[in-house]
Design a protein around this ligand. Structure first.
Ligand code: NAP
Ligand code: MG
Length: 499
């Protein structure tokens, strides 16, 4: 589609049905294509190529050549910094097109696409650009006493780990692609990224913009297709040195096992069932709005969604009634409509999955305080839903739903709150709502989670490490921790005569 045909729909002109391998568009695939949908209408908007083993091999070989080639391998750190800064500028220049493309493909509210895909994407690129010139090893004083007359000088060098295979989910497609690409290239790695089959479109545009920004061909490759075909071939490829995966705990476990067989480096950012703990001394109105935002933001399709709500008994009725009122008041519709507060689920399949959990919650004895029914219309919508009175072992309480569904329960004591919050296999995020500093200080160390927010929820920053404990994953993204995950430390030990 040419730009001139679509002056008022820049997102349509941005649709690409090819992959980017070795700096060039690639239209060869396994022979299969995978449809891409507009989740607000159910219409097919594109057909993505499915990369088979041959294209996966081409992409990994291209990344290997780029890694050792002089254009990238000999580039000084300030060169990598400059390219990342160029890409951040291009992202902003194309911000309207990219935000609209994301809303079209993912369904999220357009202001969120602007703020959290494009603007935050540019912020992360600039943050990681800064790291390129600030990587340093250590000088080491050794105590080796022999042979007589010999001394040692030792230091560590930080070296890029090599070719990175990155696999991302569909909930923040552009931002998560950047969370993988930015630290990888800041450290001098090259990368092959596979976006989720539901949302490939902005990642392909990002790879095109990276070429425009000056990244040499083969440094950033994007291949598309289904996880069990394209993703599995990428993970298994012997030319890959590190796998960086964000997605479900089930697929993460598979990938982790495979990575260990080949001794590939691996980072896993996985699922969650994050608790929101509301203490009776909190600002109740702030806590109600906070609990609603924690679960309904991005339709609950957030790995740290506050999907389990625990409220101290004295204010339980008030908080839960307030949350149900917010849930019922939210306007459902297309992400392009400025009045919309809840967009569609990403796919028909995901809507069915979320609806089946809502039915299950009712069958498990849950009382529905808001939502609970299907939403009529062509798009993949689900009503924000609040459950109460479910037993702690109900599946709706224990399993990640990844939709706008929250389960509420009350507690009396701090000990009970901690026990209930930690009664899960996950450990990604948690929030505590309280104005009692002593309580907060007692609770924070006892909560099993990679991030604990206080009087806020779901807030991320490029400088703040993010990741999970327990079955929510291994490793951290953002900050120094993310950069280190793309580096190997090489110890250098030099002997020299003492005199
Ligand atoms: P998913 O099914 O695990 O898929 C994630 C990615 O892995 C997709 O690109 C998928 O491809 C690919 N994949 C699937 N099977 C694979 C295989 N056998 N080998 C290699 N790759 C494979 O997760 P999702 O449903 O897209 O996303 C939701 C999940 O992601 C939730 O559990 C959520 O909590 C988690 N998540 C975690 C974080 C975090 O930072 N911790 C952030 C966001 C989401 P297809 O697209 O073809 O399925
Ligand atoms: Mg999937």
């Amino acid at each position: 589609m040419s730009q001139s045909q679509t002056p008022d729909r820049p997102e349509l002109a941005a649709i690409r049905e090819h992959m980017i391998i070795d700096g060039k568009p690639c239209t060869e695939g396994s022979g299969q294509t995978v449809p891409v949908y507009d989740p607000a209408t159910g219409a097919v908007i594109a057909h993505q190529i499915e990369a088979g083993p041959a294209q996966v091999d081409q992409a990994v070989q291209a990344a290997r050549r780029a890694f050792t080639g002089s254009a990238w391998g000999d580039m000084v750190p300030a060169g990598r910094e400059r390219l990342l800064l160029n890409l951040a500028d291009l992202l902003e220049q194309h911000g309207d097109e990219l935000a609209r493309l994301e809303t079209l493909n993912n369904g999220k509210l357009l202001p969120l696409s602007h703020g959290l895909e494009v603007a935050a994407g540019a912020q992360w690129l600039r943050y990681m650009a800064g790291w390129a010139t600030k990587l340093s090893g250590d000088t080491l004083s050794l105590s080796i006493p022999f042979p007589p007359g010999v001394k040692y000088n030792a230091y560590t060098r930080l070296e890029p780990v090599g070719v990175v295979a990155a696999i991302v989910p569909w909930n923040f497609p552009l931002l998560m692609a950047i969370w993988k690409i930015a630290p990888a290239v800041a450290t001098g790695c090259t990368i092959v990224l596979k976006p989720a089959e539901e949302t490939p479109l902005t990642a392909i545009r990002l790879a095109e913009l990276a070429l425009e920004a000056g990244f040499p061909p083969g440094v950033i490759n994007v291949i598309t297709g289904r996880g069990e075909v394209t993703g599995a071939a990428l993970v298994a490829h012997p030319g890959v040195n590190k796998i960086s995966f964000t997605g479900s705990t089930e697929v993460g476990r598979l990938i982790g096992r495979q990575a260990m067989d080949d001794m590939k480096r691996v980072s896993l950012e996985l699922g969650g069932k994050s608790p929101v703990i509301i203490m009776d001394d909190c600002d109740v109105e702030l806590a109600v709005q906070g609990a609603a935002g924690a679960i309904f933001f991005n339709q609950g399709q957030v790995c740290t969604a506050g999907s389990r709500l625990f409220v101290q008994r004295g204010i339980y009725d008030k908080v839960v009634a307030g949350l149900a009122k917010v849930a019922e008041s939210l306007t459902i519709g297309s992400g392009f409509d400025p009045a919309t507060q809840i967009g569609p689920m990403v796919s028909a399949r995901h809507r069915e999955r979320v609806m089946s959990y809502i039915d299950l919650g009712r069958a498990e004895g849950g009382r529905v305080l808001a939502g609970g029914q299907a939403y009529e219309g062509d798009g993949f919508f689900v009503r924000p839903t609040v459950f109460a009175e479910l037993a702690p072992d109900a599946r709706v309480v224990r399993e990640e739903i990844f939709g706008p569904v929250v389960v509420a329960a009350s507690f009396d004591t701090e000990d009970q709150a901690v026990a209930m919050a930690n009664d899960t296999r996950f450990g990604l995020g948690a929030s505590i709502w309280s104005n009692d500093l002593n309580r907060v200080n007692r609770l924070v160390p006892r909560i099993q989670a990679g991030t604990v927010w206080v009087n806020t929820h779901n807030m991320l920053d490029p400088h703040m490490p993010f990741g999970g404990v327990k079955q929510s994953g291994i490793g951290r993204e953002h900050g120094r921790a993310a950069v280190e995950a793309y580096l190997e430390s090489k110890s250098v030990c030099i002997a020299y005569p003492a005199t």
